[in-house]
Design a binder for this molecule. Structure first.
Ligand SMILES: [Fe+2]
Length: 192
């Protein structure tokens, strides 16, 4: 019997920092300019430096988006800050394949995961280092940073999932994470 070689992993995720490294890891950046229209106080956003980095995402997708056959993961580094009284946040999305779920694991920082179901009922969970969050099917999800340091979390989803940003662009979430009397709160957002 001949022993076969035991090979090292092609991709690593640093458990302390969340940093993904290796073949096939891609990175993208989102700035305040790219989130025009997402925040409640658009005038406040427009008055800020448009090149302000809101978040960086490192992704490892063994299959292209929309093609089944893999579990993907990505680390998001969401900066602290606010636009008016609304905390810096990700764009948020539904899944194109609506029955596909997702999981978020917090590495560091303090945040809020906002979840909105098909009936536009919104709820939120606190994200702390080590917290694990199941995003059910047919549920839009967005993350806000309510802390003073970067919020780092890792997301896992099936490769065939795909993203649907259009519904959020058109109608937003029915709740926003805002600083009210010095504390974060999920505040209902009436439709425009
Ligand atoms: Fe997702």
């Amino acid at each position: 019997m001949s022993a076969s070689e035991i090979s090292p992993a092609r991709v690593t995720l640093d458990p302390q920092t969340g940093v993904l490294r290796g073949a096939g890891v891609t990175e993208s950046v989102k700035t305040l300019r790219q989130l025009a229209g997402y925040f409640r106080d658009e005038a406040a956003r427009a008055a800020m430096d448009p090149e302000t980095v809101l978040y960086r995402v490192q992704s490892y997708e063994p299959q292209p988006e929309g093609v089944e056959g893999a579990i993907c993961c990505a680390t998001t580094f969401l900066m602290p800050g606010r636009v008016g009284d609304e905390y810096f946040m990700t764009r948020g999305h539904y899944h194109a394949a609506q029955d596909r779920p997702e999981m978020e694991v917090t590495v560091s920082g303090e945040g809020v995961l906002v979840l909105m179901d098909e009936n536009r009922q919104t709820r939120a969970e606190i994200m702390r280092p080590g917290s694990v969050h199941a995003v059910p099917p047919r549920t839009a999800h967005r993350v806000a940073n309510i802390g003073t340091e970067p919020l780092v979390f890792v997301s896992y989803w099936p490769s065939e999932t795909g993203h649907d940003y259009g519904e959020i662009v058109a109608r937003g979430f029915s709740g926003r994470v805002r600083q009210i009397n010095g504390k974060p709160a999920l505040v209902p957002e009436p439709e425009a």
